[in-house]
Ligand binder design. Structure first.
Ligand code: SPV
Ligand code: MG
Length: 433
């Protein structure tokens, strides 16, 4: 039998894919080069199914004799290894991102006289259309909650953005850019105490109580599907925290991050300019353990946030706490710093990497914002949270508009300079017409 190679993602399989596979089967034994989770999340979007789930699907398709990982979009490495007689692909890759990859396949096949067979693209199906349909169906609390752990398993770096109401939730849900042929979007939302409080015109001192925070959470849950990480401040009293955990888990929140401070909490970015007290290791570990006991599923994550660098307690203290919190069952460690150069964060990352017992590492690069996500990832960071940027960009824009109307005694100037057209705001949210 001749060898036929077909590279695919097989995350959502539709009749277009089956047409390609049917043609491939006519030519010989079909070997699938299955895109790894990293390839799919880098070039397309976060896969709905994991590699092993997708592998199970494709190995049961008629004519498929073997499934191997395709860990780059470029097929050349696998092709040189297998030396197939044919490569089969849809003819839609003649243009766009995959044009060069196609050329490389043609070139490499010449080395052993292989042939590229292209199957006419099946009109009327598109993964992005199917994605939109899935989005409009929505999600369930259970599905959404476990998604964060799934994404952590699939991607080396999880990218998180602040949301503080339904509209900002939609921005995080839908914002997408294309760069170097790769699609980039946010993986999850951060409901920040600072932004949630600020949006309500209140200071970030745990004054906005859990019930009010739940209103914000519900507003966001209603219109989005991406996983949510909640900034849980100190988590409050242990006796209260266990109720919060149950409530959040029931709603489908994926994780709560609690910080190791006691007493009147102030925002970390004040550092030592205000008086703030760090919790004892023993007491904070008790809080983590109580939260873990209160959980119903393994999907909900309790993440411990270390304030040692913020409060100038030193690197050794931060590392000692990381070890203790992981031992107590923390599902992740967030290390925070307000130093602008980022060196203490990178030092922490280096030391954290060497710990025997490791959990996902989370950072919030507000002060050291010159360091890129990729650089942080290279230091072992698993989750980057952009914690406050939507509210920080919205406020100056709104203030400018208000001042322009005062100055001009009319809204003409503000409308023309700073506002989106009425037509656009009316149709921004579908279903209003
Ligand atoms: C928040 O976003 O509320 C945080 C991060 O807790 S920070 O403001 O940097 O403390
Ligand atoms: Mg906060």
């Amino acid at each position: 039998m001749k060898k036929v190679y077909v590279a695919m993602s097989a995350d959502i399989i539709h009749h277009g894919h089956l047409n390609v596979l049917e043609e491939a089967r006519k030519l010989g034994d079909v070997i699938i080069g299955l895109h790894t989770d990293e390839v799919i999340s880098e070039y397309f979007r976060n896969p709905l199914l994991t590699y092993s789930e997708r592998e199970k699907v494709v190995e049961n398709i008629k004519g498929v004799t073997q499934v191997i990982p395709q860990d780059t979009l470029d097929q050349v490495k696998n092709l040189r290894k297998l030396k197939p007689d044919y490569v089969v692909h849809g003819d839609d890759w003649k243009e766009g991102l995959q044009k060069n990859l196609r050329q490389r396949v043609i070139e490499v096949l010449k080395e052993w006289g292989g042939e590229l067979v292209e199957v006419k693209y099946t009109e009327g199906v598109s993964i992005s259309k199917l994605d939109d349909m899935l989005l409009s169906i929505g999600t369930t609390p259970q599905q959404r909650m476990k998604r964060l752990k799934e994404i952590l398993g699939m991607k080396p770096l999880v990218r998180v953005m602040e949301a503080h109401n339904g509209l900002t939730g939609l921005i995080v849900e839908k914002s997408k850019v294309e760069k170097d042929g790769k699609i980039r979007e946010f993986d999850a939302m951060w409901i920040s105490s600072l932004c949630d409080s600020t949006a309500k015109g209140k200071p970030d001192i745990e004054l906005v109580d859990v019930t009010s925070r739940l209103n914000t959470i519900n507003e966001i849950l209603e219109v989005t599907t991406k996983p949510i990480i909640l900034d849980g401040d100190t988590g409050g009293k242990i006796e209260h925290f266990i109720y919060t955990v149950k409530t959040l888990e029931r709603l489908g929140i994926s994780a709560i991050i609690i910080e190791d401070k006691v007493g009147l909490k102030k925002n970390s970015l004040f550092g030592t300019d205000v008086s703030q007290t760090q919790d004892s290791i023993e007491h904070f570990c008790e809080k983590i353990k109580a939260g873990k006991r209160a959980r119903v599923t393994n999907d909900f994550m309790i993440i411990a946030r270390i304030e040692s660098l913020i409060l100038k307690a030193g690197m050794d203290d931060a590392i000692e706490r990381a070890k203790a919190y992981v031992e107590a069952g923390a599902d992740g460690i967030m290390i925070h710093s307000k130093e602008k150069d980022g060196s203490e964060i990178l030092e922490f990352c280096n030391r954290f990497k060497k710990l025997e017992k490791r959990v996902p590492l989370i950072v919030v690069p507000t002060s050291y914002n010159h360091i890129t996500e990729t650089e942080l990832m290279e230091y072992g960071v698993n989750v980057v949270i952009h914690a406050n940027h939507l509210i920080r960009s919205a406020y100056p824009a709104m203030k400018k508009t208000a001042e322009s109307i005062l100055l001009n005694e009319r809204s003409k100037e503000a409308s023309e300079e700073f506002c989106m057209p009425i037509k656009e705001i009316l149709t921004l949210i579908p279903g209003g017409k």
